[in-house]
Design a protein around this ligand. Structure first.
Ligand code: NDP
Ligand SMILES: CC(C)CCC[C@@H](C)[C@H]1CC[C@H]2C3=C(CC[C@]12C)[C@@]1(C)CCC(=O)C[C@@H]1CC3
Length: 345
C-alpha cells in the first residue's frame, strides 16, 4: 500500500499524456497552474513543470509511483483504434482500466476523468443529435468500440461518494487538430495513393468533428465541476464542436487546404461497405500467412457514409461547456499545422 499524504487539488496525472489528446491536455493543465505527472508507455517530449513516468498502465506498481499525492487522474491512453489486435485492446482498455481504478484507490486519488468515445453507442447506422441516454452498441463495430464500452462502464460504476472517489466519462467524437496522428495523416496517405476519388453514399451525411482544444476544455471543466454534490458523478458527457458538418465537405476542405483534389465521384454505400467487410474477412482468414491492412475498413466506411452527430446539451447544462474554437477556425489551424503533408512537400 502506498504511503498517503493529502493530495493537492492542483496535482494531477495524465495517463496517455504523450499521445495526441494527452499532450494537448497536459499543456493546458500546465497553463492553468496544475502540477502534472504524465504516465505513458513512451516519453514523447519534455515540458517544464511536468514529470514523466514511463510504463505500461497494466503495471500497478509503476502506476502507483505516478499517482503519488495526485488528486485528479485523467485516463486518455488507448491502443490506436485502427489496430486489429483484440488481445491488446482487452489487455489495455479493460484489464488496464481495472488496474488504473485499483491504483487510484490505493493512492487516494479523488477524481478519475476517463476519455471515452461517442462511438460507444455507434453500430454503423445513423445517429442524429444522439444524447447520452442512447444504449451502448449491442453489436460494436470493432474491437476498439467493444472494449471502450466495457472501459466506460467500469469507470462509471466505480464512482462512489461514500469512498470519496468520483468518476466521469468524456465522450468526444472525431478529434482533430495539430499533431493528430490519425485523421489528417491517414487522409493524406489515402489521397497520395490515389484512393480519395470517391464519395461513399450521396455525401449528405452529417458528422461531428471536434477540435482538440475543445475536447481538452471539456476534460478540464469536468474535472473542476466533479464534486460529491454535482450531477457529473458517474455520468458520461458528449463533447463535440456542436457544429455537425457534412463528412465529405470536411474531408474535402482538409484535402484542398493541403493542395489535394477533393473526391468527386459517388459510390453506393452498401456496395463499399460490402467490399470492406469482405476485405476485412479475407485479412482475418489470411492473417496466419500474410498481414493485410485494408484502408477502407467496415468501421471507416460506416463512419464515412452515415450520420453520426451528438448533442452536448448535457455538458452545457451541467458544466457550462461551450466549444472555444469554432469549426472553420479549427480547420484553418489544423491545415496550417501540417506543412510537411502538403502536396509536393
Ligand atoms: N482520436 C479520436 O478521434 C478519438 C479518441 N478518443 C479517445 O481519446 C483517447 C486519446 O486518443 P488519442 O490521443 O487520439 O490517441 P493516441 O494514440 O495519440 O494517445 C494514446 C497514448 O496512450 C499510450 N498508450 C497506449 N497503450 C498504453 C499502455 N498500455 N500504457 C501506457 N500508455 C499507453 C499511447 O502510446 P503509443 O502511441 O506508443 O501506443 C499514446 O501515447 C483514447 O482513449 C481514445 O480512445 C475518443 C474519441 C475520438
Ligand atoms: C479513408 C477515408 C474514408 C477516411 C479517412 C479519415 C479517417 C481516418 C477518419 C474519419 C473519421 C475518423 C474517426 C476516428 C478515426 C479516424 C477517422 C476514421 C475514430 C474511430 C477515432 C476513435 C474514436 O473513438 C471515434 C472516431 C470516429 C471518427
Amino acid at each position: 500500500m502506498a504511503t498517503r499524504t493529502r493530495p493537492s487539488s492542483k496535482r494531477c496525472a495524465v495517463i496517455g499524456g504523450s499521445g495526441f489528446l494527452g499532450r494537448h491536455l497536459v499543456e493546458r493543465l500546465v497553463d492553468r497552474g496544475y502540477t502534472v505527472n504524465v504516465f505513458d508507455i513512451r516519453q514523447a517530449y519534455e515540458l517544464p513543470g511536468v514529470m514523466f513516468h514511463q510504463g505500461d498502465l497494466c503495471d500497478r506498481q509503476a502506476l502507483l509511483l505516478a499517482l503519488k499525492e495526485v488528486s485528479v487522474v485523467f485516463h486518455c491512453a488507448s491502443p490506436a483504434p485502427a489496430s486489429d489486435d483484440r488481445a491488446l485492446f482487452q489487455r489495455v482498455n479493460i484489464d488496464g482500466t481495472r488496474t488504473v481504478i485499483q491504483a487510484c484507490h490505493e493512492a487516494g486519488v479523488q477524481k478519475l476523468i476517463l476519455t471515452s468515445s461517442a462511438s460507444v453507442v455507434f453500430e454503423g447506422t445513423d445517429i442524429k443529435n444522439g444524447r447520452e441516454d442512447l444504449p451502448y452498441a449491442k453489436k460494436p463495430i470493432d474491437y476498439y468500440t467493444e472494449t471502450k464500452i466495457v472501459q466506460e462502464k467500469l469507470v462509471l460504476e466505480a464512482c462512489s461518494k461514500e469512498k470519496g472517489f468520483l468518476t466521469v466519462a468524456i465522450r468526444p467524437h472525431g478529434i482533430f487538430g495539430p499533431r493528430d496522428p490519425q485523421l489528417v495523416p491517414i487522409l493524406v496517405d489515402t489521397a497520395r495513393r490515389g484512393k480519395m476519388k470517391f464519395i461513399i453514399g450521396d455525401g449528405s451525411n452529417l458528422v461531428d468533428f471536434t477540435y482538440v482544444e475543445n475536447v481538452v476544455h471539456g476534460h478540464i471543466l469536468a474535472a473542476e465541476h466533479l464534486k460529491a454534490d454535482s450531477p457529473l458523478c458517474g455520468q458520461a458527457y458528449h463533447i463535440t464542436n456542436d457544429e455537425p458538418v457534412r463528412f465529405w465537405d470536411f474531408m474535402s476542405q482538409i484535402l484542398e487546404g493541403l493542395g489535394y483534389s477533393a473526391p468527386r465521384y459517388h459510390l453506393p454505400y452498401t456496395l463499399v461497405y460490402g467490399i470492406a467487410l469482405l476485405l476485412w474477412l479475407m485479412a482475418l482468414v489470411l492473417r496466419p500467412l500474410i498481414r493485410i491492412k485494408p484502408t477502407f475498413t467496415p468501421m471507416r466506411v460506416a463512419l464515412a457514409g452515415t450520420h453520426h452527430y451528438y448533442s452536448c446539451a448535457r455538458a452545457k447544462k451541467d458544466m457550462g461547456y461551450q466549444p472555444l474554437v469554432p469549426l472553420q477556425e479549427a480547420i484553418v489551424r489544423t491545415v496550417e499545422s501540417y506543412p510537411h503533408l502538403r502536396k509536393g512537400a
